[in-house]
Design a protein around this ligand. Sequence first.
Ligand code: AMP
Length: 361
Amino acid sequence: MTDFPLAPGSTIGILGGGQLGRMLALAAARLGFDVAILDPEPDCPASRVAKTTITAAYDDPQALKALAEASDVITFEFENVPARAVERLLDVGAEVAPNARALAIAQDRVDEKTFLNGAGAPTVAFAAADDVASLALGIETLGAPCLIKTRRDGYDGKGQTWVEHASDAAAALARVGSGPVIVEAPAAFRRELSVIAARGRSGEIALYPLGENHHEGGILRRTQAPAELTDRTRAQAEQIAARILGALDYVGVLAVELFELEDGQLLVNEIAPRVHNSGHWTLDGCEVDQFEQQIRAVAGWPLGPTQALAHTEMINLIGDDAEEWKRLIAEPAARVWLYGKREARPGRKMGHVNRLRPLKD
Ligand code: AMP
């Protein structure tokens, strides 16, 4: 049994050693914890700031056992951790947060939307389909145009396609690579927003101000926070986030991606049971950032305050953008975060910049 609150000097295990694992490890180190990473890449970004790195596949039983032995609590930086990896960790007595149910729900778009609606968090209308016939039926029921997405493993807009007519079902299925899919009614949104939410081990909740997100080519490009909102929309976002956290009996940070419709109503697009790119602005623009908040939550520490200290614009540095680092480090209002990735590839997130402006502007 792990004793909470976890004492400084304890070890936090993280499945995944990308940039999110790296920023979690930095936050953990600041609070006096050691970090153990499990990642298949020997030179992953988090490995260079962690005490221990285990290089192995996520479902390697020996590696999972070694991670459990090294760690007092284990968390993850991405939601596609294989379910059997978490089962294995639990079997060997590890303490894992967020819980396996939250992870499983976030891995399947149909289960996710079914859960969300049941928890009182509205989404677009949707249908599940496994083959051309059920897909054609789903498209007819929801009405074209609609969006087809793979049920599992989609990210950054991959595995998605629009269909204009039920007779396009076979072609649409081929475009997303067959397999089970979800059919979604289109959301006529005017903005995409997200709320980063956290729940501690004693059930307390902390919500960050909402961010307004702009995507390019399916990848998050820019977040502006705090987003300008009506009181009604803000209250709805807070109610949605609190319902989701409560229904999942959640411990940790969770991102809720939202569509704001023309009338100000919100629909949930998806949830991510982890720290999130649209929360990177909190690193410089908030009292306690999302990475420290995640470490506090899983360690059983009290959650920290989430008030915004500045207007922040977060810009992702994607691919060659990171070559601009000399110019960026000379900009007084820019806080530069670089992930230490050895090679820039198109679409690869290399870092981000937070540009700050005083709140009273
Ligand atoms: P996702 O991978 O589900 O986050 O979708 C990627 C992007 O596609 C979102 O950020 C939206 O811009 C767009 N999108 C996703 N679902 C819908 C929908 N049902 N209606 C309209 N646009 C959508």
